[in-house]
Design a protein around this ligand. Structure first.
Ligand SMILES: *Cc1c(COP(=O)(O)O)cnc(C)c1O
Length: 227
């Protein structure tokens, strides 16, 4: 099925979720996760008017960025090894997986002079050992520590919920991230406006939107294999 056709279905769901939660559709941006998609398919995504592209590997993401002449806004959504920062930092606009100070230090070192990199702090709300991210209780302290890195701006928090057949089970995870965001905002850090929430994937984006997501990261529902 074409990306355009799938997008129409996803848009319907997004509109419905916004309506249920009395939110405006403009508060939610779609990041199309193209990590398993070819360059051609990613081109189709951009042609469908979807401007936010999500990739989770440095080499393949940068390769695709070049193949598409840097069209779109590129979001790094995967675990980021410090040694990979230098090869991807110039191509990616936003990093969704800041989860340790050593990574912040590397971003500071590698960002072009004058650039302030938009980042999300990844929080492991569910506590699953397989997921990366800081502990929820460390969020405010961790963000406070980031102040010394002048090249980093924390624009939001990011999390991944465990896969749940009944997506209602993901709601407490998303709600918890929203509460942490409120705490960060109350601290009024100038380096951490934290006005975004990156949460929700193909399986659970509707619940995430109801709980306040401003970026949903959607892969399979937009660019996955046809069933
Ligand atoms: C792959 C991935 C997604 C998208 O997953 P889908 O289930 O295909 O929508 C979102 N976020 C992250 C961090 C991912 O790695």
């Amino acid at each position: 099925m074409s990306v355009q056709r799938r997008l129409e279905q996803v848009e319907e769901e997004i509109h419905a979720a916004c309506e249920r939660s009395h939110r405006s559709r403009d508060e939610v941006e779609i990041i199309t996760v193209t990590k398993y998609a070819t360059v051609e398919r990613t081109q189709e995504v951009l042609d469908a008017g979807l401007i936010h592209i999500g990739e989770n590997r440095a080499e393949s993401g940068v390769e695709k960025w070049h193949a598409l002449n840097g069209r779109g806004n590129w979001h790094f959504i995967g675990q980021l090894q410090s040694r990979k920062v230098k090869e991807m930092i110039d191509q990616f606009d936003t990093i969704h997986s800041l989860d340790r100070l050593s990574l912040a230090k590397e971003i500071q070192k590698r960002a072009k002079p004058g650039r302030v990199v938009d980042t999300f702090v990844q929080v492991n709300v569910s506590g699953e050992s397989s997921k990366s991210g800081i502990r929820p209780e460390d969020t405010v302290n961790f963000i406070e520590e980031l102040e010394k890195y002048s090249s980093i701006r924390v624009i939001g928090l990011m999390t991944m919920a465990p896969y749940a057949k009944d997506t209602e089970e993901t709601r407490p995870i998303f709600r918890h991230l929203k509460e942490l965001q409120q705490e960060v905002k109350q601290s009024k850090f100038s380096h951490a406006p934290c006005h975004h929430l990156s949460m929700g994937m193909s399986n659970d984006y509707e619940v995430a939107i109801e709980e306040g997501a401003t970026f949903v990261r959607i892969g399979s529902a937009l660019v996955g294999e046809d069933e």
